[in-house]
Design a protein around this ligand. Structure first.
Ligand code: BG6
Length: 481
């Protein structure tokens, strides 16, 4: 028996996570028949709402294209109730506890397991974690707490948060979400690397020239500029999502697939990465689009005037170990760019002593989104009477190869992991610490010295210096699409 308590905000942009991700993911799990029998879901937030109103809010992002799904949604909503209360009042949490006990009493199962999902701004993390522990913690079963980033602003604040949470919630009860770890292609990385003999042999500095990990979004910070400005793009996606992809791409083979073995290797490789230097960094901030139809970052009313917050960053990281010494890992991310894309691009070395004029570098590309794919760029004979070469692809595009299979949403996959008690795809405390160590010095420099980002127009490829930046680290554009 399980009660799933979602602490969320239901109003404004801060309610986005619950509305766009958490509830739709739970509905997905329910539809696929994976929600454990007897599960009940209770929303908790400050706003007073009746049940109908609450249901209306949480279903805004759920698609019901046919009657069957409509019926499933109405069955799902029967499991979803709502309690309103403050985040810092014991008596409100006691009311929540009563509501939980009430749904638990409907079931005779001895175990009363509870999962708490904090889809909340970090300012209330500690009071809520305390309030829950003191008033709503189950004494008759397992308790699990899901937390979402931001986990602090830098190494010190992250440690402070950790120190405040640790006495309340044990590490094995805590699930720190980085939703990129739930993405199908990020999960696939481990399999591509360690279940294919040919990659094992060439996955090192002898064969690989550079690795680029890219995250691009077409939209700007519209609607959440004020929130974004406190963090900037490095804290928003690079220190977490991009670094997670890097750690799986670069780690040694874990002893086993157990959560601790996998995370041990991720921590080990992160600890080999020295802090990012300013000279290995390029920052950008978007201005209005060339056709004037989209506003620049500073035109967003919620953004403080004259903000130097980066909305684009490229940082090159180095891994000081036998496998990777000297191989640049170029992380690039930005908002308001020309396309939406997340991918890992491994560029191999030039063919030594090539006898062909145009032999290009091989590349392995793992496209995380959209349109998931794994493809390998290779040089091939151009069919015909000449010995001319052509760059071609070994192409595993998912919607062709696996067209009959649905790729689950990252949150569905992660929430299911929490229900199963599997920590593999969640961030461990020492992993978080290692990640902050890499980025804290550069973040402090950017914040304190107000480093000017280079402007780029909304909808372009980023600041003009980006091409030069990647070629400085040996990336050869001629082999890229
Ligand atoms: C979030 C960031 O963690 O990830 C957002 O805070 C970003 O700014 C989002 O848009 C991207 O996630 P996805 O799954 O849409 O690539």
């Amino acid at each position: 028996l399980l009660t799933y308590v979602i602490l969320c905000q239901v109003l404004g942009a801060s309610g986005d996570l619950a509305k766009k991700k958490t509830y739709p993911a739970l509905f997905g799990i329910f539809r696929n028949g994976f929600l454990p029998e007897g599960t009940r879901i209770i929303g908790y937030a400050r706003t007073q709402l009746d049940l109908a109103n609450f249901h209306e809010r949480i279903t805004g992002h759920m698609k019901t294209p046919n009657d069957e799904i409509k019926k499933q949604l109405s069955d799902f909503l029967k499991l979803c109730t709502y309690v309103s209360g403050q985040y810092d009042k014991d008596e409100d949490y006691q009311r929540l506890n009563k509501a939980v006990e009430k749904v638990e009493s409907l079931n005779e199962h001895e175990k009363k397991n509870r999962v708490f999902y904090m889809a909340l701004p970090p300012s209330v993390f500690i009071p809520v974690a305390k309030g829950l522990k003191k008033n709503v913690y189950s004494t008759k079963g397992i308790n699990r707490l899901i937390v979402e980033k931001p986990f602090g602003m830098d190494l010190d604040s992250s440690r402070e948060l950790g120190k405040a949470l640790a006495p309340l919630w044990k590490e094995e009860e805590t699930y720190r979400i980085d939703h990129y770890l739930g993405k199908e292609m990020v999960k696939n990385l481990l399999i591509i690397r360690f279940a294919n003999v040919f990659f094992g042999a060439i996955w090192n500095r002898q064969s690989i020239a550079n690795v680029q990990i890219t995250f691009k979004e077409k939209i700007g910070t519209e609607g959440r500029g004020g929130y974004f400005d406190e963090f900037g793009i490095i804290r928003d996606v690079m220190q977490n999502h991009l670094l997670q992809m890097l750690s799986i791409a670069a780690m040694e083979r874990p002893v086993s697939l157990s959560a601790e073995d996998v995370r041990d290797e991720k921590v080990r490789v992160l600890r080999c990465i020295p802090p990012v230097k300013l000279e290995d960094t390029l920052l950008g901030q978007y201005t209005k689009s060339e056709d004037n139809s989209k506003p620049g970052y500073l035109e967003d009313k919620t953004v403080p005037a004259g903000s130097t917050c980066p909305t684009f960053a490229a940082c090159t990281l180095w891994i000081n170990n036998d496998r990777w010494e000297g191989v640049p890992f170029i992380l690039k991310c930005g908002k308001a760019l020309n396309e939406q894309k997340a991918e890992i691009r491994v560029q191999f070395q030039d063919v030594p002593g090539s006898i062909f004029k145009n032999a290009s570098r091989n590349e392995l590309v793992i496209r995380v989104q959209p349109n998931e794919a794994v493809y390998m760029k290779m040089t091939n004979k151009l069919p015909g009477l000449s010995m001319d070469t052509v760059i071609s692809e070994l192409d595993l595009t998912y919607n062709r190869r696996f067209s009959d299979l649905k790729i689950p949403d990252a949150y569905e996959s992660l929430i299911l992991d929490v229900l199963k008690g599997d920590h593999s795809n969640f961030v461990r405390d020492d992993e978080l610490d290692a990640a902050w160590k890499i980025f804290t010095p550069i973040l402090h420099k950017i914040d304190n010295e107000k480093i000017e980002p280079q402007p780029y127009a909304y909808g372009t490829r980023g600041p003009p210096g980006v091409e030069e930046f990647v070629s400085k680290y040996g990336f050869k554009r001629d082999t890229q699409e």
